[in-house]
Ligand binder design. Sequence first.
Ligand code: GLN
Length: 238
Amino acid sequence: MKTLRLVWIYPDLLSTYGDRGNALVLERRARLRGLPAEVTEVNSDQRVPADGDVYLIGGGEDVPQTLAARRLIADGGLREAVARGAVLFAVCAGYQVMGHEFGGSDGEPVAGLGLLDMHSARAEPRSVGEIVADVDPALGVPRLTGFENHQGHTKLGPQARPLSRTILGTGNGDGTEGAYQGRVVGTYLHGPALVRNPGLADLLLTWAAGELPPMPPESETLAARLRDERLAAVTPQP
Ligand code: GLN
């Protein structure tokens, strides 16, 4: 069976709030189903391999975010991978980098990769706190829980669809949260997002590997407990 190749992009620049957990959880959920998987970490002084199956990138500060955007555009490997159908999951700074443009450290526009049809810009006040959002029903993923901390707001163009609608928190800043376009998914959610939202993790795995065998039910206990605990912390109890 082919090994699922997960590529964790630029941990030296973008990896806040444990975003690396997104790669670990995909690897674990694949292996628990008997699907071989391996994580390759690619630092910003290395080429991004174009033959990965799922690419992941995390959040970070404004200056490393600008460096990451410049480097990814010059490298070309991620663009090539997405063009041939690879899955990409991008969080916060990494999410903004996938749009056409975002606000740099002084608010100046910085060019992104344009893999998501969207523009981000700095906005006041900074959005910090828990976020809860309902996913586009077309994707069949349960309610999202996460943590956001960003200055930017994001406006989607017609080719990108909102990933979800916010119940709590800011997200894109217009009542929506995140975006998807083909197999590229972006979100402001940390937490890490795929640890708190196994349904989203399985959507990405399905896109990369096809229909998934079931997981041993006991291996879901901790993830379910974390999810319930985070949702209960922000949802008013009856
Ligand atoms: N620098 C970006 C912003 O503030 C992203 C922040 C982050 O990744 N947490 O909007």
